[in-house]
Structure formats: structure tokens, C-alpha cells
Design a protein around this ligand. Structure first.
Ligand SMILES: [Zn+2]
Length: 429
């Protein structure tokens, strides 16, 4: 074909447009959970995107990654707080803020008899005061591990969640409200995949350092953002750093939140520099399970979806952990919490159902995964060109001013050849 006749042909239009507007190798949909879940390029996964239901509700939430307070325009929160205020023990906040809110309790004098059952002081999990239940630090089922991960949703967790999916493994995800606000489609994936969602506070500070209303707000707004984004209201929480006492327990309990702790700490939050220690911690758990330590009741270990390293460790040890224990189940499943959310229509399998092979209970109106999704739908499209928040590129770990991690995780199939690709760590628990 002569050049001039080619340029005049319909084919030329196709050819030229392909040059000017190269077709993407794979379309990326950043407006739905399903679309977002298919993105495996960490640079794309962790780039901010717009999500109108969250954007439209910005004024209903405290600033992200700062200690939450009850908003002056939030009459629901104010009324709820007033209704529970009388249930809160008269225990002053511990330490001197803001140092203590960041974990520095230096100079704080505390009764060595531990009257507040302060976990950070004595690892106490049995408050022994009326109206405040014991923390859940273990599970009753023998040879069972209550399986879960803190600090999500991590923006680059798709490869990790794919791995769990490929093993038909469900877990309990302890989500930080500010992360849910920033990466709502990642939060929705937990429910779609059949995981259990619990609260891990709004801004990830030491809760015993906060005033009553701040501690209330940290939990309240985490519950509200999960409800807005995912469509459910959790009934469980885990204190960041395990920092809880009877005052904080009472506030959580009044909000309908069960306090979930742990017995074993993987210390994966220390990062790849401590890989030997973390590996040893995993092996200690595995050895204990093999030795029959959990032959009469099971346990819980603290692990995170915080960084590429923490998720890679979970993957690396998955087979060994799974064979050392008889059962790996979400904490709620181990406790037979079959109604894990305030809303009707969302059901976790009982322990018997789960070990019998039913890892997800069908619910009315459900799509795939663990329950119906009444999360708001998004009209229009989002090109991920939002300007808020921090961004991550490549395999690096960036740290926002709050300490939130945006990390990359290579596809699961890369684990065989490369242990991890982490270049940074966070000090979160
Ligand atoms: Zn944490």
C-alpha cells in the first residue's frame, strides 16, 4: 500500500491512534474493590485515589493520623459519649501527653500493685472489675491459632491477600481508621475475601495516654469509617502496642468492642533488620505447637500487614504454622462469634463449620466472599490523581508523618526466589 493511500484508509486511523494513545496492557479500575484487588504493581496500588463516599464525608471525621476528638458537629457521637460516660472508671490518663501518647511513659509514677490492670506495665489481661470482661489473649479450641494481622489495610496488600485466598485461609484484620479512610477499596477487600474486620483505632496512639473522650473518639470514628466504607460495624478491637487498662477497656466495652490481645509476639514490626529474631519467634510458636503446648487450648500471635517484610514473613512461615497447628482460623471463628458485626446479614462460620470446610457462610444478598456488601457504590471514575496523602514508588517504604507505612509486596510467586524486598521499617505494633 502506498503511503498516501494508507494514510487515507480507515486502518490508518487505528494505527495512528494506537501510537498517540497507546492501549494499556491491562485496564486499571480504581473505583471498585474488584478492580483495585487486581492491581499488583505496588507503585499503582499505593498511589492515592479518589473515593467519593469518603471525600464527601471528610467533614464527618477527624484529621487522619492525629489523636481523634469528638467533632463539634457530631451530635451522634456526643450523645453516645454522654450515655457511656458514667461507665468509665475514674482513672486518669497515664503519663504526660504527647510523650505518653507516643509510648514514652518516662517519669510516670504507677502503683506497683497494678490496680488498673495496665497491660503495658504487667501484661495484665484479667481486669477483675465488674462490667469489664477479660481480654481475649488466647482461644479455647485446642491446637488452634487465632490468625490475624494488624495495621491494615496496607495499600499494597493484594499479593498477600491473594496468597491467603489461594490457601482458602481467612483471618482477622485489625484495621486502622486512617488507613481505611485513605485506602477504602483495600478495606473492602477484607470483607469480600471473607476475613473478619476489627478496629485498631483511628490514629494508632497509646490509648491509656488519652483522655476519656479522645479514647472514645479513636474507637468511634474507626467504627464509623469502616461502616461508611465497608458497610459493617465491627464488634472487636485491638489496642495499638497492646496499651490498655481498665478505663480504656470500659470505653471499648461500652461501644460493644471485645478487646483482643495475644500471647505470642512475632515482633515482625521490628523489620527486616531483625529478621533472625522474627524467624526465631515464628519457630518458637511452631515448636510449641509441635510439642503439644496447645493440646488443651489454642493461642494468638501478634503479626502485621504493616510492611512487605511482615507480610512476607507470614507467607514464608504459613505452611509450617499451618502444619504445626491443627487449625488456623480467624479469632472470631475460634470464639464462635458467628455475628461479627452490628448489622444483620453478616455471618462468620462457627468453629465446627470452619474446620468442616465451610470458610465462608453465605448470607442474604451476598456476592462473592464473606457477606453482602452494602458499602457505597462509586459513580464515575477515579484516575488516582488525587493529591492527598503520601505516595509510594517502587519497592520502597515511605513513612507518612504519622508513621503509616505504604509498602510494596512483590507478587506471591516471587517469594520463592526472593525473601523480601523491603527497604524500610515502621515502628508500629
Ligand atoms: Zn498496630
Amino acid at each position: 500500500m502506498h503511503l498516501l493511500s494508507f494514510l487515507a484508509s480507515p486502518l490508518s486511523c487505528l494505527f495512528i491512534s494506537a501510537i498517540v494513545f497507546p492501549y494499556p496492557t491491562s485496564a486499571q479500575d480504581r473505583t471498585t474493590e474488584q478492580g483495585e484487588a487486581q492491581i499488583l504493581d505496588p507503585t499503582v496500588e499505593c498511589a492515592p485515589y479518589q473515593y467519593p463516599p469518603v471525600d464527601d464525608a471528610q467533614g464527618n471525621f477527624p484529621p487522619s493520623w492525629t489523636v481523634a476528638t469528638i467533632l463539634s458537629n457530631d451530635s451522634d457521637a456526643q450523645a453516645r459519649y454522654q450515655s457511656i460516660e458514667g461507665l468509665i472508671p475514674k482513672i486518669p490518663p497515664k503519663g504526660r501527653k504527647a510523650d505518653s501518647a507516643n509510648g514514652n511513659f518516662g517519669g510516670f509514677k504507677y502503683d506497683p500493685n497494678d490496680p488498673d490492670c495496665w497491660w503495658t506495665y504487667s501484661m495484665c489481661t484479667t481486669p477483675n472489675v465488674s462490667g469489664v470482661p477479660d481480654d481475649i489473649a488466647a482461644v479455647p479450641e485446642p491446637n488452634t491459632l487465632g490468625y490475624g494481622f494488624d495495621d491494615g489495610p496496607n495499600c499494597s496488600h493484594n499479593a498477600f491477600y491473594d496468597y491467603l485466598l489461594s490457601n482458602d485461609q481467612k483471618a482477622t484484620m485489625f484495621y486502622i481508621g486512617s488507613n481505611v479512610q485513605q485506602f477504602p477499596l483495600e478495606a473492602q477487600r477484607a470483607l469480600a475475601d471473607g476475613h473478619q474486620i476489627c478496629v485498631h483505632t483511628w490514629s494508632h496512639h497509646y490509648m491509656t495516654a488519652l483522655t476519656n473522650d479522645e479514647a472514645f473518639a479513636e474507637l468511634w470514628y474507626s467504627m464509623q469509617i469502616i461502616k461508611l466504607v465497608v458497610g459493617v460495624t465491627p464488634t472487636c478491637w485491638r489496642p495499638p502496642y497492646g496499651d490498655v487498662d481498665n478505663r480504656i477497656r470500659a470505653i471499648a466495652n461500652a461501644l460493644g468492642l471485645m478487646t483482643i490481645m495475644w500471647q505470642f509476639d512475632s515482633e515482625d514490626w521490628l523489620g527486616i533488620e531483625s529478621v533472625t529474631k522474627v524467624n526465631n519467634n515464628y519457630m518458637d510458636l511452631i515448636t510449641a505447637a509441635q510439642n503439644g503446648t496447645f493440646s488443651t487450648s489454642g493461642t494468638i500471635m501478634l503479626t502485621h500487614e504493616l510492611t512487605n517484610f511482615t507480610m512476607s514473613e507470614a507467607v514464608s512461615f504459613y505452611d509450617q504454622v499451618a502444619s504445626a497447628f491443627s487449625y488456623l482460623v480467624p479469632v472470631g471463628v475460634a470464639l464462635n462469634v458467628t455475628a461479627p458485626y452490628v448489622e444483620d446479614g453478616y455471618t462468620l462460620p462457627s468453629f465446627a463449620q470452619y474446620i468442616g470446610g465451610m470458610h465462608v457462610v453465605s448470607t442474604t444478598g451476598s456476592g462473592s466472599g464473606g457477606g453482602s456488601t452494602s458499602a457505597p457504590s462509586v459513580g464515575g471514575s477515579s484516575d488516582g490523581s488525587g493529591t492527598s496523602g503520601s505516595t509510594t514508588t517502587g519497592n520502597s517504604t515511605n513513612t507518612s508523618k504519622s508513621g503509616a507505612a505504604k509498602v510494596s509486596l512483590k507478587r506471591v510467586d516471587s517469594f520463592a526466589s526472593a525473601a523480601v524486598l523491603v527497604t524500610g521499617i515502621l515502628f508500629m505494633l
